[in-house]
Each structure stands twice: as structure tokens, then as C-alpha cells.
Design a protein around this ligand. Structure first.
Ligand code: NAD
Length: 392
């Protein structure tokens, strides 16, 4: 099959197996080249392991620290006539490369919110890992079925309190327009907290604890985004921000238990905004990220998923130095993005941005390039005219 990108709205419905493998290899190369500091984790569970920040966490753990990794993802396998999802190909490539290094790597393709996923993962840890010493919670999902009631909750991306009108960039038509988002109802806020809040993270840690598969000094972290004034109305102070606040509540509860029983810890880690499948679905974010890339690339401070997670694990959690914490005890690796010099410049450009000048004022070209790379497209070393078997 000759595989080309097919974009529908903010998603690309095809993925290229060779390109995805190249993406994984480039991230591995970065980690190997940088090296890592300190003594890292040995047995790592990554929930949401196949793309974005979760994949980067798995790569730093395995190829930086030589850890065994167990992952859970929700991805579409390939068939003879249809390509698999990018996360499917990333994971196949990751597993092959880990096996070539003699590293244990196993992945469950199932709903991480379910009780079955927790049972299967625990059985696998008991059989092949013994105990885990790092649990990364990196799920991004639009819905969650409550495992006990079977009720399905959908998350919404809406402001809270009053309607918000913001500039936005349609990544298909390249038009800068205004979008008005009506405020969420209380039921929508509650449902978003159910999906993207801390409840499932707690359920995971409780299940792992009860099964006796957590190691001494175990660490767990869930990822969040905070941002500043430009994104607060649609993120930080909106429905998704409410859900992320609930992670702080969960972190405290999990931390108390882990500290007492294992001398372990649970913390929320704050990461920067960048192009992933999850962020491209959030209104306003593509324009913000395109402007942010322009400003941070000009400053020489631009980072992608792998740089951020390398910094988080090697520069923070396992460095042996004091963590960079905020008042809520969250670990911060997003501070370069929030620096006034960056935010003020992004805001200045934001006000000037129109359909006519968006290509010059922003780094939309860089945004798009990165977006296609998420699906394995746009790598110079890959022959996209070559016939490839979609089933890897
Ligand atoms: P992503 O879409 O790239 O990855 C999501 C992962 O979750 C994938 O591995 C997917 O397979 C998995 N997943 C989704 N639903 C699942 C389910 N039901 N069962 C099992 N696996 C499931 O997302 P991302 O941008 O890497 O986001 C990961 C985390 O990082 C999120 O909590 C997000 O809020 C946070 N974050 C993202 C950004 C950003 O700009 N992208 C910034 C800061 C923090």
C-alpha cells in the first residue's frame, strides 16, 4: 500500500509505519545522545504509552535508564486494507527496538479505565516484573466508562461561568477566525472531571497497592498543563482545568498512602504546550502553539515531548537534586513557556494575527510539520512512494 496522509479536521486518519518507527528512533537517539542523570527506575508502568508525553516517558525510561516497561494504550491495529493508528505503529516499533536491546517491553491495547485492564496489568507485573517503581499516568481521552457503574462520561472543552470569544486558527483552511464557546453546565464540568480528573489515577494506584506490586520508593506522576492568561479562558480556568485541579486532590491522597507504606511519592508534573493528538483537538491551542513555537524557537528555548520528559525524569525526579516545585507541590518543567518574555511576545503577536499574516507571524509551518510527524509523515529519510505493508 502507498500510504499518504488523510486529514479530517484536527485528526489524520492514516499513519505511516516506517515514518512512525523513524519518529520513535529519533526520540531514542535524542535520549541516548543526552544520556541520563542519577539512578533511574527499573520497572515502569506507563498508562497512555503510545503517543505524545506517554511515549516519551516510556522511551526515556527504557533507552535512558534501561528500564523494563509495561504500557497500556487504546489504539487501532492495522488491517490489510487500512493503516493502524500512529500509536499502534509507534508501539510496534518501540517494542522491536526494546527487544533488540534486550529490554522487556509489553503493551496492553485496552481501555485503561476498565477493571479488566487493571487486573491484566497486575497479573503481568506479578508474572514478569515483580513490582513497579514508577507509574506514569498520561492518558488523554474524550470519554470514560466508569468501571463500576458502566456510565459513560464525555469530557467537554468549554469555559466556566461565561461565554468566551477567542481567536482561533482552523488548521485545515488556515483561516484565523473568532470562536465563541458557550459556558459549560455543571453536569458538563462534572463529567469532564470524571474523565480527565484524578479518580482513575487513584483507582490504578489503589489496585496496584492492594495487589502488592508497588516497590519501595515507588514514584507516580500524572501530567498536566497550566498555561497563563492567553489560554486560561479555554484551558486553565475552563472545564479541562477543573479536571486537572482534581489531579492535585488525587496526588495528595495517593501521596499520603505511598509515603506511609513505601516511602514513595505521588506528584503532578506540569509540562509545556506542544503539538500532540490531544492538544490539536482543543480550540485556540493550535494558534497559541504556532505563536509559542515562533517565539521559543527564536529564543532557542523550543522543546518537544522528548526534551520535556528527558528534563522531567533525568533533570528532576531522578537527578538526586531538589525538585523544582510550585506551591501545590507540582513539579514544573513548563517555566520557560510561562516566562514573561515569551508570554508577552506571544500576546503581542496574537493581537496582530490575521488569516493574511498568520504564516509569517506564527510558526504554523512548524506546527504542521510536527502534526504530520505524529502520524509518521514528513521524515526526509522515508520513501513515501514506496509500497509498504500496513500490517507490521
Ligand atoms: P496523546 O493523545 O498523545 O496520548 C494519549 C495516550 O492515551 C495515548 O497513548 C492513547 O492511546 C492513550 N489512551 C487514550 N484513551 C485511552 C484509554 N481509554 N485506555 C488506554 N489508553 C488510552 O496525549 P498527550 O498530549 O501526550 O497527553 C498526555 C497527558 O499530558 C494528558 O494528561 C495531557 O493533559 C497532558 N499534557 C499535554 C500537553 C500538550 O500540550 N499536549 C501539555 C501538558 C500536559
Amino acid at each position: 500500500m502507498i500510504i499518504k496522509p488523510k486529514v479530517r479536521g484536527f485528526i489524520c486518519t492514516t499513519a505511516h509505519p516506517t515514518g512512525c518507527a523513524t519518529n520513535v528512533q529519533e526520540q531514542i537517539d535524542y535520549v541516548v545522545q543526552q544520556g541520563v542523570a542519577g539512578t533511574g527506575p527499573k520497572n515502569v508502568l506507563v498508562l497512555g504509552c503510545s503517543t505524545g508525553y506517554g511515549l516519551a516517558s516510556r522511551i526515556v525510561s527504557a533507552f535512558g535508564y534501561g528500564a523494563n516497561t509495561l504500557g497500556v494504550m487504546f489504539e487501532k491495529p492495522a488491517t490489510e486494507t487500512k493503516t493502524g493508528s500512529a500509536g499502534w505503529y509507534n508501539t510496534r516499533a518501540f517494542e522491536d527496538k526494546a527487544a533488540a536491546k534486550g529490554l522487556y517491553a509489553k503493551t496492553f491495547n485496552m481501555d485503561a479505565f476498565s477493571n479488566e485492564a487493571k487486573e491484566d496489568v497486575i497479573a503481568e507485573i506479578k508474572a514478569h516484573m515483580g513490582k513497579v517503581d514508577l507509574v506514569v499516568y498520561s492518558l488523554a481521552s474524550p470519554r470514560r466508562k466508569d468501571p463500576n457503574s458502566d456510565t459513560v462520561y464525555n469530557s467537554t472543552l468549554k469555559p466556566i461561568g461565561e461565554a468566551v470569544t477567542r481567536k482561533t486558527l482552523n488548521t485545515d483552511t488556515k483561516q484565523v477566525t473568532e470562536v465563541t464557546l458557550e459556558p459549560a453546565s455543571q453536569a458538563e464540568i462534572d463529567a469532564t472531571v470524571k474523565v480527565m480528573g484524578g479518580e482513575d489515577w487513584e483507582l490504578w494506584l489503589n489496585a496496584l497497592d492492594a495487589a502488592g506490586v508497588l516497590a519501595d520508593n515507588v514514584k507516580t506522576t500524572a501530567y498536566t498543563y497550566i498555561g497563563k492568561e492567553l489560554t486560561w479562558p479555554i484551558y486553565g480556568k475552563a472545564t479541562i482545568g477543573k479536571a486537572k485541579e482534581d489531579l492535585d486532590r488525587a496526588a495528595k491522597a495517593i501521596n499520603a498512602n505511598l509515603a506511609e507504606k513505601y516511602q514513595g511519592s505521588a506528584r503532578v508534573s506540569v509540562l509545556k504546550a506542544l503539538v500532540t493528538q490531544a492538544s490539536s483537538a482543543i480550540p485556540v491551542m493550535p494558534l497559541y502553539i504556532s505563536l509559542l513555537y515562533k517565539v521559543m524557537k527564536a529564543q532557542g528555548t523550543h522543546e518537544g515531548c522528548i526534551e520535556q520528559i528527558h528534563q522531567l525524569l533525568s533533570g528532576e525526579y531522578y537527578s538526586g537534586n531538589a525538585l523544582t516545585l510550585d506551591d501545590h507541590g507540582r513539579v514544573r518543567v513548563d517555566l520557560k513557556e510561562l516566562d514573561d518574555s515569551v508570554q508577552n511576545e506571544v500576546e503581542r503577536l496574537w493581537h496582530q494575527c490575521t488569516t493574511e499574516n498568520v504564516m509569517e507571524l506564527s510558526d504554523f509551518a512548524g506546527y504542521q510539520e510536527e502534526f504530520f510527524k505524529l502520524f509518521g509523515f514528513g521524515f526526509a529519510s522515508v520513501d513515501y512512494e514506496a509500497d509498504v505493508n500496513p500490517v507490521v
